[in-house]
Design a protein around this ligand. Structure first.
Ligand code: UDP
Ligand code: MG
Length: 329
């Protein structure tokens, strides 16, 4: 099979509501580019009819469609990593299935890659998300700017273009929990950012709860920087210095004024504050230890059940699994 110029990688998790529209908009907009392309869908253990729909689409456009099937839900970033590993194109564009970023904009990213940029980041115009999501992103963006070397304007949007060189570097990365756009921006030699349109999720629901957003952003910060740990030792140092000064002061006071037992509540206040700082520090250490733990276990990042692609025997091997799941209407 000839290598395509462009690979589009799409993670899919319970997206039966959007897939038909995605197909209807994505293929025409890629056909219009008039370059050889492939679309690599990675099904992240969907429990709805997504697999059936992907299979149907594979039958309709077998030459341009490849479907990687995970046997369970491994998360969006694992799915994108798998897609990148399977993608063969010279340019790779990652895209969400939910049509928040219009597939019609892919041409713009390809144009930038044609100009020799190896990382095309995106900035969402008139972001259509809930207010709390937007405010949360704003705060996190600031913190990330401040303590990590990652310089991207809008970290949230997954629609991005990468040159093969950057994807090769991504594929060599063995980190378990990572944040692909941030990592790629570190690997890129000629990055650029372009504005793109942003729409409301076409259908279905966001797969991210507040908890998973917080987790993801912890990964983004602890995965790219040890500044939190350093800040923490600084705080520790400042507190010890202050308490040393305070101790000397109290000692001298004791000699001059004699024994005193006032200020009990101030003492409680100070102690609670310090306990809080200490607990936060332990939690922070835990974040890093957790990362190391996940890393040394060396478990596979994902397990692939099978791949649907033109001319592979897997199709027959998979037939049973799929027949079971593919309850096409
Ligand atoms: N996704 C995935 N695995 C997950 C969660 C999400 O593959 O565990 C996919 C999902 O199908 C979609 C993309 O990741 O294509 C982004 O998800 P979503 O739109 O829910 O995230 P949001 O836009 O709310 O950040
Ligand atoms: Mg979305």
């Amino acid at each position: 099979m000839a290598t395509p110029k462009l690979s589009v990688v799409i993670p899919v998790y319970n997206e039966e509501a959007v897939l038909p529209t995605l197909f209807a908009r994505l293929y025409p907009s890629l056909d219009a580019l008039k370059i050889p392309f492939e679309i690599v869908y990675v099904n992240d253990g969907s429990k709805d009819r997504s697999v059936a729909l992907l299979r149907q689409q594979f039958s309709a456009r077998p030459h341009e469609t490849r479907v990687v099937l995970f046997h369970a839900n491994f998360g969006q970033h694992a799915a994108v990593m798998a897609g990148l590993a399977y993608a063969r194109g010279e340019y790779i564009v990652t895209l969400d299935a939910d049509l928040q970023n219009p597939p019609e904009e892919i041409g713009k990213l390809v144009g930038m890659l044609d100009e020799g940029y190896d990382y095309v980041g995106t900035i969402r115009q008139q972001r259509q998300d809930s207010l709390w999501r937007r405010s949360f992103s704003k705060v996190i963006n600031k913190i990330r700017e401040w303590i990590t070397p990652v310089r991207i304007t809008d970290q949230g949007c997954m629609m991005r273009g990468y040159a093969r060189s950057v994807v090769t570097a991504l594929n060599q990365t063995r980190e378990v929990n990572t944040f692909i756009p941030a990592l790629a921006s570190l690997y890129a030699m000629r990055p650029i950012e372009v504005p793109i349109a942003h729409e409301e999720r076409f259908a279905g629901r966001s797969k991210y709860s507040l908890y998973s957003l917080v987790r993801l952003n912890f990964d983004l910060i602890t995965g790219f920087s040890v500044v939190p740990l350093q800040l923490f030792s600084m705080v520790g140092m400042a507190v010890s210095l202050l308490s040393a000064v305070f101790f000397v002061y109290l000692f001298i006071r004791r000699l001059i004024v004699g024994p005193e037992a006032e200020g009990l509540f101030t003492l409680f206040g100070v102690v609670f504050f310090l306990i809080g700082v200490a607990l936060f520090g332990i939690g922070l250490l835990g974040e890093y230890v957790g990362r190391i733990y996940a890393q040394v276990r060396e478990r596979p990042r994902y397990i692939i059940e099978g791949v649907l692609e033109e001319g592979t025997p897997e199709i027959t091997q998979l037939a049973d699994v799929l027949r079971e799941r593919a309850q096409l209407p």
